[in-house]
Design a protein around this ligand. Structure first.
Ligand code: NDP
Length: 400
């Protein structure tokens, strides 16, 4: 590596699960990477600790009051990081000429604008924030292409597919000899829970994922299998895959992270421990393979590799996402995402039951059926309207 300038990285969502895993990988390779900017939303003390450790040029928080608090903490520690706040500041650090690459790891549609800013600035984007593609897949992919950005999938399933596709994959599965892309799903904590017991599922149980350590929202999405639904839409945009070219298979051990079926009957799988530092290290290191800090897989310790078909009765959110994918209307996936974000937050706040998440999403999809949106502004307006309809539905439900 000597003679190379380190890659200067902005981490959007540095205080989250993906942010922490990214910093863990970066910390193992100080000669390769430097930290340009770190962002947070609520965990200001945690961001202060990260600034003290990594000395970014910028730190970004949500509000002026938070920025004041962070500035005092950094001054006390004699750290010279400049503190900014607000959504525009997130975009500014993502598109700054001094940053080479951006880890997009904000949770939810809140990640869209800054990730888009990185794309417009032609950056290398390590994409964890799947909601960017669910909300605005067509426009985001166009922007990536138009401005010559480099998009690398961090989500473990998409990273696995990316690794199993030919190196020179140009966006045409047929030409690459691919029959289908197979996304594996753990099935989450309720794979074997009796349906009658779903009404009693608590937030604590829902965020206790059997295999992965993740943020709260994606953990609930995994439990409802909405996560796999969002990933279907993500795969559709990333790999130019039609709904018919996408399969979901439940694989409770989470050892195979996804697969590519080729026309000749070959199936290529990517395997490893369920630890996000593996796909993160893959993206950060490209074209090299770098140490991720994750132990090697010990095949003799595996109890077996099992597979089963997904059950739409148990996991209606997955069915809703499939329907949205088949509808071929980008506005519908924006509706799906916004309704789901509101429903998951309400479930975590104990305002609705776990089973209501699918009802909120279904109601919103019906209410907004036939909607179209052709620009980012229109999509964001739609997102806002969906959130208010979903919130009203939840308020009515709670009152009833
Ligand atoms: P976390 O909840 O752990 O972290 C989210 C990060 O986003 C935090 O830094 C949080 O700040 C910040 N944030 C939250 N809301 C806002 C907002 N409105 N504006 C700006 N920043 C905000 O999430 P994860 O790390 O689990 O997930 C991040 C993304 O990566 C999601 O899109 C998820 O789907 C995707 N992903 C995650 C995986 C995982 O294993 N965790 C796997 C694959 C994909 P603060 O902490 O200060 O509140």
């Amino acid at each position: 590596m000597s003679g190379y300038n380190p890659t200067s990285i902005t981490i959007l969502g540095a205080t989250g699960s993906i942010g922490q895993s990214t910093l863990d990988v970066i910390g193992r390779h100080p000669e390769r990477f430097s930290v340009f900017a770190l962002t947070a939303h609520q965990k200001i003390d945690r961001l202060a600790e990260l600034c003290i450790r990594y000395h970014p040029v910028y730190a970004v928080v949500a509000t002026a009051a938070q920025a004041d608090v962070l500035r005092v903490q950094l001054q006390t520690a004699a750290v010279t990081t400049e503190v900014l706040f607000g959504e525009q500041a997130l975009c500014d650090v993502a598109q700054d000429s001094e940053t080479d690459a951006v880890m997009a790891a904000i949770v939810g549609a809140a990640g869209l604008r800054p990730t888009l800013a990185a794309a417009k600035a032609g950056k290398t984007i390590y994409l964890a924030n799947k909601e960017t593609l669910v909300v605005a897949g067509a426009l985001f992919m166009q922007t990536v292409q138009q401005y010559g950005a480099r998009l690398l999938p961090v989500d473990s399933e998409h990273n696995a597919i990316f690794q199993a596709l030919p190196d020179n994959y140009q966006g045409n599965l047929e030409h690459a000899g691919v029959a289908s892309l197979v996304l594996t799903a753990s099935g989450g904590p309720f794979l074997h829970t009796a349906l009658a017991d779903f009404a009693a599922i608590t937030p604590e149980a829902a965020i206790r994922h059997p295999n992965w350590q993740m943020g709260r929202k994606i953990s609930v999405d995994s439990a409802s299998m909405m996560n796999k639904g969002l990933e279907l839409i993500e795969a559709h945009w990333l790999f130019n895959a039609a709904a018919e070219q996408l399969e979901v298979i439940i694989h409770p051990q989470s050892v195979i992270h996804s697969m590519v079926r080729y026309r000749d009957g070959s199936v290529l799988a990517q395997m490893g421990k369920p630890d996000m530092r593996i796909p993160i290290a893959h993206c950060l290191g490209l074209p090299d393979r770098i140490d991720s800090g994750v132990e090697q897989l010990d095949f003799t310790s595996l109890s077996g590799l099992h597979f089963l078909a997904p059950d739409f009765v148990r996991f209606p959110c997955l069915k809703l996402a499939y329907d949205v994918l088949h509808s071929n209307n980008p506005a519908s996936s924006c509706v799906l995402n916004a309704a789901n974000e509101v429903a998951v937050a309400a479930f975590l706040d104990r305002n609705i039951q776990f089973v209501d998440i699918a009802s909120v999403v279904d109601n919103c999809l019906q209410y907004f059926s036939g909607q179209t949106a052709s620009s980012i502004e229109e999509l964001l307006q739609l997102d806002t309207r969906v959130r208010s309809v979903a919130s009203a539905w939840i308020a009515g439900r709670s009152a009833g």
